[in-house]
Design a protein. Structure first.
Length: 331
């Protein structure tokens, strides 16, 4: 080779690389050195460009020398990386088995919390959970529930019809009673929760959309005594043994006899939380249940009313205003 021996460039690149690798103080600096030496445009990588200017006899030796230097540089880099890594962990090490610090997170909405607790309590009383659609037909929402066509509850002004009076947003979860009795044979005990819709004037205790929990029990020989016992056990489990509860005689087309369920709210007196009664034989017949053998009771409770007493909420509208200050108060 000539006086300007290309191999000198290879040796110089190796010496330069050794100095740069030794001087790298941390992993970040070492990454820069790696790129400058063996990256796509690194010093050692570009040495191969000199092959074009060499003779046929010089090329093999030069190529072998460059590859040898590249392996030496890679080896030095690996050793230095291991050394830098050990130095970074000098001193106390973190115990990775300890629980980490989690960022602040949200919480379940009071309605969701109440639904889960209500379903849990009824579960301890032998009721299993089921559900049904929010958009209903007139048969399940009215006809099968013994609500005739002339009944004011079916008026357009009192419902959210969505399909020329054929389909509507359900006005009560009692529809799930019908769907359950259509598909299952007694004895049974079920509860179902969900949204219901009525065009009510919104005030402190009413809303056009709210949640209900519907309960249905079918068996031989059930009576109002079983219904009352179930409801008292539920309310006292939810609120405590000292809560005052009363049943007021009422009327519903789908139960006979019927009653309203009132619970005493501190400072407000008794507030209605739902209705209940023995399932009307006409409803049983509409679902193909033999009313001469089976009897049943049903109840529908307003989840919002239950949550309002549970969390001392004075106004139902607070539950849908999405005010973070309010939601933090009932966290």
């Amino acid at each position: 080779m000539s006086g300007d021996d290309p191999l000198n460039r290879v040796r110089a690149a190796l010496a330069e690389g050794e100095r740069a690798i030794a001087a790298a103080a941390d992993a970040s600096a070492l990454a820069v050195v790696r790129s400058s030496l063996v990256g796509k445009t690194g010093t050692v990588t570009l040495l191969m460009d000199h092959l074009r200017s060499l003779s046929k006899e010089e090329k093999p030796r030069f190529g072998a020398e460059v590859n040898l230097v590249k392996r030496q540089i890679e080896s030095l880099l690996a050793e230095r990386e291991a050394s830098v890594g050990k130095a970074a962990h000098v001193g106390p090490r973190e115990d990775l088995t300890l629980p980490g610090i989690r960022p602040a997170s949200g919480s379940l909405h009071p309605i969701t919390r109440t639904i889960r607790e209500v379903v849990r309590v009824f579960g301890t009383l032998g009721f299993e959970e089921t559900d049904g659609p929010e958009i209903e037909d007139e048969f399940h929402n009215f006809v099968a529930l013994n609500i005739p066509e002339h009944h004011p509850a079916r008026d357009e002004a009192d419902n959210f019809y969505v399909d020329a009076r054929k389909l509507l947003l359900r006005s009560q979860t009692s529809t799930i009673q019908i769907r359950t009795m259509e598909t299952r044979q007694p004895p049974l005990r079920v509860v179902a929760t969900g949204r219901v819709y009525r065009p009510d004037t919104v005030d402190a205790t009413h809303h056009y959309m709210f949640h209900q929990i519907e309960g249905l029990a079918l068996d031989e020989g059930l009576s109002m005594a079983d219904l009352k016992t179930t409801l008292l056990a539920f309310v006292r489990t939810l609120y405590g043994e000292d809560v005052n509860v009363r049943l007021r005689p009422s009327f519903f087309p789908f139960t006979e006899p019927s009653a309203e369920i009132d619970v005493e709210f501190p400072g407000r007196g008794f507030v209605e939380i739902g209705g209940c009664g023995m399932v009307d034989p006409a409803v049983l017949a509409a679902c193909g249940v033999d009313a001469t053998r089976w009897s049943g009771f049903a109840f529908g409770l307003g989840i919002e009313r239950l949550a309002m007493r549970r969390f001392a909420i004075p106004d139902i509208r607070r539950l849908t205003e999405n005010d973070v200050r309010f939601l933090k108060q009932v966290h």
